[in-house]
Structure formats: structure tokens, C-alpha cells
Design a protein around this ligand. Structure first.
Ligand SMILES: C[S@@+](CC[C@H](N)C(=O)[O-])C[C@H]1O[C@@H](n2cnc3c(N)ncnc32)[C@H](O)[C@@H]1O
Length: 260
């Protein structure tokens, strides 16, 4: 504190500091400023500009509001063999545990939205059993041959070619929508989630699993293919879905379950 007083003197404030009552007042103000700085440091507050994603998270605390945001480009189908279907993915993606956590019932109807090459289909198919149905929905036609190949083997899988605005799924039958690493690519997210809400059964679940912006997980999120969980929660809320559960067992990804 004295060092700061000396610095004020050095800066030409000497005459102002000459009266003892002024010196006491300045000392008191400096003590208050010091205490405030210590308090801010202890509570983790930062006097830096808020980064854009943190700003989005703060905005997301407001009800039924979702700020516009960047949407990632579509995953290129030719990269599926290297990235989606590699056996090492199971180690971090934990597909069996992921599907168990969805709590699907035998005979239920589930939709894998943005199914890609169908990585999750064997697990979903097994969970709902022969009397259940899995819709493998995808908007990129280059993925359809791979999905049809899986469907021929799995029997209870039906392939659906949707569009970015319309997944072309039946209304009132689907009990669970799963978006695995798809949501960050959905072009009009709130409108899309509203469409899923209109298609859903009244007791339906919506599971959104994606690379979490800012999380230091293993593997790290592919650059540009990540989104803050808080943004997803705000957008889902704006579309009429309420957060029901968060699963925390995936290192790099959030796993959010919503209900109507
Ligand atoms: C990164 S891939 C993930 C594929 C698969 N879910 C997986 O985890 O292996 C994302 C997929 O979502 C699809 N996609 C993006 N927007 C979509 C939308 N609005 N409706 C359906 N699929 C979409 C893309 O075509 C792409 O195949």
C-alpha cells in the first residue's frame, strides 16, 4: 500500500497527499481496493473480457432464448472409415454404456438422427430387440449404402433419407431420439428440435451427445466440431424440451437427456 502511495507521490499527487486527513482517506480507499482485489481473486472472478462461448453460456441462463451461433460443416462421408468406424473409438465413446444409459425398453421405437455410417445401430438394435424399431436417419445420401448394409444384417433397422429441415420420421411413435455427434452440424437447431418435439411421443426422450466446447477430454474435440453444453440446453429449452439428466462418463463429450 505504501508503495502505491509513493507511486502516487511520484506521479505528482504530492500536494494532495500532504494533509493527514487526506492521507488517512487515501489509505482507507487503498485498503478497500486491496481487499476487493483479494476477494475477486479468491472467488475466481476475472476482470478480463468474457470469451464468446462463456457469453453464450451466460445468455443461455435466460429462459426460452437462444442466441444465433456458428454451425459446423457437414461431416464428409469419405472420412467415416478413419474417424467414425475405427475400432479404437469404442474405448472413448463407450457405445454399449451410452445405450444402456438411455434406458430403452424392448419393443420401443428409437431414431438415430444423423446416423452417418451407422456406428450406433448395432447397440440400439440390440436394446429394443426384434419387436422394436430403429430408424437410421441421415441427410447425406452418400451414407445410405452403408446404412442399408447394416439394416440388412440387423433386421429391425429402417433407413430414412431426411433433409436438414425434415427428418421424414413418423409422428407419435418415437420414444427416443439420439443425436450422437450430430447436433453441432444441425443448421437450424431450434427449429429442428421443435420438429422433433412435434414428432415425439408424449413420454419421449431426446439424447444429445456431442463434443463439449472447452473441455480438455481425451480425445480432444476435433477443431470446429464442438459446442457448449449450455448452448444446447438453451436451444432445447427454446424448442420446448426440458433437461432431464446429464451423464458424465464420457471424457470429451457431454451427454444430455431431455424430456417434454
Ligand atoms: C459427425 S457425423 C456422426 C455420425 C454418427 N452419429 C456417429 O456418431 O458415428 C454427423 C452426421 O450428422 C448428419 N447430420 C447433420 N445435420 C443433420 C440433420 N439436420 N439431420 C440429420 N442428420 C444430420 C451428417 O450428415 C453426419 O452424417
Amino acid at each position: 500500500m505504501f508503495a502505491i502511495q509513493n507511486r502516487l507521490v511520484g506521479l505528482g499527487y504530492a500536494s494532495f497527499l500532504q494533509s493527514s486527513s487526506t492521507r488517512r482517506a487515501v489509505a482507507f480507499l487503498l485498503r478497500m481496493a486491496l481487499s476487493l482485489a483479494v476477494l475477486l481473486a479468491a472467488t475466481g472472478c476475472r476482470l478480463r473480457p468474457t470469451p464468446p462461448h462463456a457469453a453464450a453460456q451466460q445468455r443461455s441462463a435466460r429462459p426460452a432464448q437462444a442466441a444465433p451461433r456458428a454451425v459446423a460443416p457437414l461431416f464428409e462421408p469419405w472420412r467415416a472409415a478413419q474417424l467414425l468406424d475405427v475400432p479404437s473409438r469404442d474405448r472413448w465413446q463407450q457405445p454399449a454404456r451410452l445405450v444402456r444409459a438411455l434406458g430403452l425398453r424392448r419393443g420401443e421405437t428409437v431414431a438415430d438422427i444423423g446416423s452417418g455410417s451407422g456406428y450406433l445401430l448395432p447397440h440400439l438394435s440390440r436394446a429394443v430387440g426384434p419387436r422394436g424399431v430403429v430408424y437410421a436417419e441421415e441427410i447425406q445420401t452418400d451414407f445410405l449404402p452403408a446404412l442399408h448394409r447394416r439394416a440388412r444384417l440387423l433386421k429391425n433397422v429402417r433407413v430414412v433419407a431426411g433433409t436438414a429441415a425434415d427428418p421424414r420420421l413418423p409422428r407419435g411413435r418415437i420414444g427416443c431420439f439420439v443425436l450422437l455427434t450430430t447436433y453441432h452440424e444441425v443448421q437450424k437447431p431450434v427449429e429442428f428440435l421443435r420438429t422433433l418435439r412435434r414428432l415425439a411421443r408424449p413420454d419421449a426422450k431426446l439424447a444429445i451427445i456431442d463434443f463439449d466446447h472447452g473441455r480438455r477430454g481425451n480425445p480432444p474435440a476435433p477443431i470446429g466440431h464442438e459446442i457448449a453444453a449450455a448452448t444446447v440446453i438453451a436451444e432445447a429449452r427454446a424448442a420446448g424440451w426440458r433437461l432431464h439428466r446429464k451423464h458424465e462418463f464420457l471424457s470429451s463429450q457431454f451427454f444430455l437427456v431431455f424430456r417434454l
